[in-house]
Design a protein around this ligand. Sequence first.
Ligand code: ADP
Ligand code: ZN
Length: 526
Amino acid sequence: MQENGTIEQAKTVLKHYFGYAQFRPLQEEIIEKLLQQQDVLVLMPTGGGKSICYQVPALVFPGLTIVISPLIALMKDQVTALQANGIGAAYLNSTIGMDEEQWIKHECVQGRIKLLYVSPERLQTELRSFLPTLPVSLIAIDEAHCISQWGHDFRPEYTQLASLKTHFPKTPIVALTATADKTTRKDILAQLALPQANVFVASFDRPNLSLQVRSNVQKKDKMEEIRAFILARPKDSGIIYCMSRKTCEEVAADLNQTLGRQGISVGYYHAGMAPDARDTAQQDFINDRLQVMCATIAFGMGIDKSNVRWVIHYNLPRNMEGYYQEIGRAGRDGVSSDTILYFNMGDLNMLTRFAQESGQQEMNMEKLNRMRQYAEANTCRRKVLLSYFGETLEQQCNNCDVCANPRSFFDGTVLTQKALSALLRLNERVGSQMLIDVLRGSHRADILQAGYDKIKTYGAGADISNRDWQQYILQLLDQGIIEIAYDENFTLKVTDFGKTILAEKRPVQLTRPVDFTPSAKPAAKE
Ligand code: ADP
Ligand code: ZN
């Protein structure tokens, strides 16, 4: 084997160019494999230190390192940072002019550029003639999950990267990502044709993030809670993720109106805004001119703001990858930070519709179900979250709402019977809210008109609050006793299992809805 450099050299580079005394966990092992010319897949959470894994070997290797990255803004930041450290680096993407491109290529040929960042679109052209003429020592593929349809951020341009191994059969490839469940992981290796790759998985645990879920809070109360939450930490900056652009703007307007006088400034960010309005909003947030950002998932890719103290999900996210990444924008400096996820039936229905209408129905439904299971979990949320990423947490985390309020089970048999029998008497033609209203004996005009007040179980659940009923309906869904028909009205159906339970009067265990006060004082800082 050709000797390409030693780990000692790598340590020298780390200290000399980056000023760090030692490698973080896994960085050294990863670099060692790369120096031995082996392929590597790196799974490391955002902020874990992925860049060092290829930037250090790039400086140890004699030739050029190509870095594929999908985000133009990120590319620019990285190259600027490298240049500031005295490292020859450049990028080729759609923002580069002809002259500049000629100069960069010339510098590459002269060996003065060690790291060349290339967008995946651009790579195809450059693979035809320019890149094969260079001594390429290493290829790094950032955001590698973009190659997988199973990932949450599939980019068609990424599928072309499969040909890299053919073009450079001897060059080690390192693929890096912050989000990949087990299935995506396998898919990345298959797509990139790297069956022999060494896989390194860093812990995804972020113990400094508290995890809380609030289900079925009515809109009015939700806003009230969020205001109290922000006022309890008036100096902290945070992000509120909303499902739609409209909601972002509405929530921002509400908060500005109600909290503006207390000196709290709130902005919004979504993909429907003009590019410079978006840039301004983002810069204002990063530089603490805006304290709270109401945003869609478009916000946050590559934002390196270390002192975000909290993240609220105003709606249920589509999948666990997105959720993990979004809460991960809080507490990047390691200081205790809070996350709250709000979710209700309406979110679930809306996301179900998106999933049903998407090209990849089955997969998106599966991902949504996993998300719902997390939100409905009765065990330590961190365990559920980490198990999604293939990690096992041995102990309770003591930093989530379930650990703080262990669930208590009760005999929900009668309650379930009432709900199922009402649903059957309504010919399984109603959605959850109508079912609850009938059970609670509402005098809504449409109920009286339809004659639903005549059924036997009308008002049989009047002693249970609307919100508690919503929680129970979700639990019945989770237990497979009822299911949602994905029709226009999201009507509920009793499953065969539910029918058996009813017919055989089988016992059903439910958990009591619990409450916590999100406006409570922020946790003591570490
Ligand atoms: P990722 O790409 O995984 O999100 P980065 O590569 O941006 O993470 O690294 C996150 C932060 O950690 C950066 O500020 C980086 O300089 C720092 N970092 C990485 N490796 C080390 C190390 N060995 N020692 C100290 N700091 C490090
Ligand atoms: Zn926990």
